[in-house]
Design a protein around this ligand. Sequence first.
Ligand code: ATP
Length: 305
Amino acid sequence: MESVLSIKDLTKVYGKFSVLKGVTLDIPKGSIFGLVGRNGAGKTTLMRIVTGLAEPTSGSYSLSGISSTDKKILSVRRRMGSIIESPAIYRNLSAYDNVKLQYINLGMTSYDSIPELLELVDLQGTGKKKAGKFSLGMRQRLGIAVALCGNPDILILDEPINGLDPQGIIQMREILLKINHERHTTILISSHILEELSKLATHYAFIEKGEILQTLSSHDLMSKVRKASRLVVTSTELLCPLFDREGIEYKVENEETVDIFSDISATRIIALANEAGVEVVSISDNNESLEGYFMNLVAKKDGIV
Ligand code: ATP
């Protein structure tokens, strides 16, 4: 698949501290690529490097096929829009004037498309109101409008959902999906909450302590998230030896509750319970959460599991 952004063996060292350790990533054209990592994992540093705000210690990246070591990267970077840390907006200007200023910066001479752009981010009708009086969500959306000026191939957004209320999160998600579907803009978006990205991302990379732990498509993620049945019984102590005997994967939660990860029927569970002289109180779905999947990956890296 064609990549808009290709990152190769990127490292960043501050003093003795390695913030990025050989990061290699391909961001497919048309994707919404979720970069997921805990606070301090290196997400912002990676985004600062590919947007030209910081230099890598070693390694390189290419944007639309142009290498970061090529002088042409400066002009290709104009095909990229971003919000890193906070949106680049002027608080004393209206939404319209913020966007217009960016048009001027980019050398665009027609402002006809500004109302359409403001409508795309749900800021139509804000009139003369200054951005300083906007809510956080409105400021973030204005930042996206500014980043979209010049119709970039890729939008790079550092934790754009951070701090938004549930309504603001839904609104942001819908806008990003609209941008991706209607404008075919590739989006690289970071978050420390996988669940938040799961409703829009098509691909993921998990980053921890400057290293990419895993990259996968959302389809593969969903099939990897472990399916479990939660069993409430009168005694897990009596039942689990039978699970061991049968090679059934399980995790005991407490004396009466156990999660079974193997794909086995309720009839077989009940038969084993009968054999153990244990009563089954209930069987229900208890699929692993996305957050659980991510934390499990991190724990594996730390050698905890
Ligand atoms: P957060 O969600 O908290 O912003 P992050 O994944 O974006 O986390 P980064 O901001 O990239 O993480 O920071 C990664 C690590 O690099 C952190 O430990 C941070 O303290 C360190 N770091 C970042 N910038 C610098 C700098 N200029 N000098 C020294 N250390 C830095």
